[in-house]
Design a protein around this ligand. Structure first.
Ligand code: XMP
Length: 312
């Protein structure tokens, strides 16, 4: 589509204004490029009639909730930070099956936290960052998209009395990024690598506990720092459920294993492994095995297929 993205922005802003009228709308910002673009578009169209929330689900990168809220405050867009960490951790407690974990996160977000916030706000409209690829992949059954309500069997109009608006549903990721640049979102948001809806829980094999989250979060910071200049499509740290013997301070230690994964891809449907320079791999390994209780660091050499990009 030879899209003129400035026209796209103008049309969406006008449409949102017309549709919402003098009612209240709400949207959830995750800090990814899609929900960030929706937030700026919605704010341009609706100003104070749009309430934007950021739900801290305990599964984010280090400092992420505060960093995102500040970035939007700097653009003059107020964002309410909702602390729902306990609710998500409680819902995940004892779960190890990947689908059960994903379901617990989706359900806690939509059926518990978000519904409550929508009700409190009196919003009649929900702005959602669904993009064309989400719709295509859901229809094709490639991905169980957590962000399409109907797939959860929820008709929002009937169930909660609000209408879902999806201003980005004709765009693919490149179009969303181009729109983000035109909207003058900070470069670290418009060019951000993909991050899954289930967040760091998609990178913990086995139990998702506070301690295991803290560990994978710290490892994520290291990998993101080391690979920031790599141009790779996506990179991450993963905590395995296996243990391995190592030696620390002259004592044998049965320790944790972290996997570093970095892939090249265009649309995440297939992916090849990044040829990370050896020195960089060694430095990541040194830094990651300095984290408490971690005595192995592995680099994943598996393309997609047969592997997926995430581990859970
Ligand atoms: P997989 O692991 O299926 O991931 O190869 C393909 C791409 O999708 C991202 N991903 C998700 N994104 N909700 C999302 O919004 C999810 O549940 C989800 N699962 C995976 C993943 O990070 C990769 O970019």
């Amino acid at each position: 589509m030879a899209e003129n993205y400035q026209d796209f922005i103008d049309t969406q802003v006008a449409d949102l204004r017309k549709t919402v009228g003098d009612q209240i709308a709400i949207n959830a910002l995750s800090g990814g490029v899609d929900s960030s673009v929706v937030t700026v578009l919605g704010h341009r169209a609706l100003g104070k009639q749009l309430k934007t929330i950021f739900v801290d689900n305990a599964l984010m990168r280090e400092g992420e909730p505060q960093r995102i809220v500040k970035a939007f405050a700097d653009m003059g867009i107020p964002v309410d930070l909702i602390d729902a960490r306990e609710e998500f951790l409680d819902a995940l407690a004892g779960l190890t099956d990947p689908e059960e974990k994903r379901h617990a996160i989706t359900n806690t977000f939509y059926a518990k936290v978000f519904v409550r916030l929508v009700k409190e706000s009196g919003a009649k409209f929900l702005l959602h960052g669904t993009i064309l690829t989400d719709i295509e992949e859901s229809v094709a059954g490639i991905k169980r998209q957590h962000n399409i309500l109907s797939q959860l069997g929820i008709n929002p109009e009937e169930a909660y009395g609000y209408t879902v608006l999806e201003p980005l549903k004709t765009l693919r990721k490149d179009g969303v990024r181009e729109t983000a640049r035109l909207l003058e979102l900070p470069g670290w948001i418009s060019e951000r690598i993909p991050f899954p809806g289930p967040a760091l829980a998609a990178r913990i094999v086995g139990d998702v506990t506070r301690d295991r989250l803290d560990l994978v979060r710290a490892a994520t910071t290291i990998v993101e720092e080391e690979l920031a200049d790599s141009d790779a499509f996506q990179y991450m740290a993963v905590l395995l459920n296996d243990m391995a013997t190592g030696i620390r301070d002259n004592k044998r230690e049965f320790g944790k294993i972290i996997v570093v994964r970095s892939v090249e891809s265009v649309d995440a449907r297939t992916a090849s492994v990044t040829r990370v320079p050896w020195e960089k791999l060694e430095r990541m390994s040194q830094r990651i095995t300095s984290l408490p209780g971690v005595n192995r660091c592995l680099y994943d050499l598996t393309p997609k297929p047969p592997a997926t990009i995430e581990y859970v």
